[in-house]
Design a protein around this ligand. Structure first.
Ligand code: ZN
Ligand code: ZN
Ligand code: ZN
Length: 322
């Protein structure tokens, strides 16, 4: 299993990446392991280098599910403890969040997040959207507003749910200060030194966005179908992050088999499944997967440095310590 997590490096002589390397757990992880993992990698010296950090990899309930006594919800394996799906994408100068779940505050604390340069919304289902208010710590009372990027529909929901955050003359203190940035399907955007493109995918009855960053990493959560035009753009991207909710069919999400089918069509060097429900035990499920397909976990990081891919990071969650 470990060799699947660490892809071949082009340049010899580098120290192997530290952190969790898959396989059985050598010790019980402690609270704060994940924070150390996110701090440890440091800044990026080279153009085009980037890192994607999983802040949450769970479906809308989060894992454990409230009131559930199933084996995964009671599992001591920290990789089975999943906050709602979100990632942090970083380059030398820029930090972008994709989605702000209701868990955002907790995710930001355990990741040691100190700055955000923009938020990209895949869509506005509650598990991806309702943590936005907690971004007020990054917007202040004056200065530039924080850009929130999303589809026309997502931006409309932003104005409907958080109107005070967009108001120029909000009478209250201590509110977030956002600026809405509507994005068209397939639009390419630069924020700092990160280039990204919004790619539409089907999510049951609606169309939502996935995002491709620097042509290196694609993040496609909440997806029931990848249409041919988007699939064509995903081909050639080395890392694909993809929805794989569970084995049983679901009207708005890919099953494990469906996600494996999409992964095969895209042909990424590394595919990581996310938005996982409590029917997906990490170790059992990974044992069924091809070598270049893995389950993401909260705290996992994917780095691209000089064109080389590395997966590292320690799982955040431990029993009794989310
Ligand atoms: Zn979701
Ligand atoms: Zn459960
Ligand atoms: Zn959704």
């Amino acid at each position: 299993m470990p060799q699947g997590l660490f892809l071949p490096r082009k340049k010899p002589g580098r120290a192997p990446a530290r952190g969790y390397q898959g396989g059985s757990l050598k010790r019980r992880p402690r609270c704060g392991d994940g924070v150390a993992a996110l701090d440890r990698a440091g800044p990026f010296p080279d153009d085009g280098d980037m890192r994607l950090s999983f802040l949450g990899t769970g479906t809308s309930h989060g894992i454990p599910v409230v009131g559930c006594d199933c084996a995964v919800c009671r599992s001591p394996d920290p990789r089975n403890r999943r906050l709602r799906a979100s990632v942090l994408v970083e380059s030398a100068t820029t930090k972008l969040l994709v989605d702000t779940p209701p868990d955002f505050r907790q995710q930001a604390l355990r990741a040691g997040l100190r700055r955000v340069d923009g938020v990209l919304l895949t869509h506005t289902h509650a598990d991806h959207f309702l943590g936005l208010d907690d971004l007020r710590v990054f917007t202040g009372e004056t200065g530039p507003r924080l850009s929130i990027y999303g589809s026309v529909d997502s931006v409309a929901d932003l104005g409907r749910v958080f109107p005070y955050a967009l108001a120029e003359d909000c009478p209250w203190a201590g509110v977030p200060r956002f600026v809405a940035r509507p994005i068209a399907p397939f639009e390419e955007v630069n924020v700092g030194d990160l280039e990204w493109q919004a790619v539409p995918v089907r999510h049951g009855y609606m169309t939502v966005f996935g995002f491709i960053f620097n042509r290196q990493v694609a993040y496609v959560t909440d997806c029931s179908e990848v249409t041919p035009d988007t699939c064509a753009l995903l081909r050639g991207v080395p890392v694909l992050v993809l929805d794989a909710l569970r084995r049983r069919p679901h009207p708005t999400h890919l099953t494990l088999a469906g996600a494996l089918d999409v992964a095969g069509q895209v042909g990424a060097k590394l595919t990581l499944f996310t938005h996982l429900c409590h029917e997906m035990d990490h170790e059992q499920t990974e044992a069924e997967l091809p070598a270049n397909v893995r389950l993401a976990f909260d705290g996992m990081q994917v780095e691209v440095r000089n064109g080389e891919l590395t997966v590292t990071g320690n799982p955040f969650g431990t029993a009794g310590c989310l």
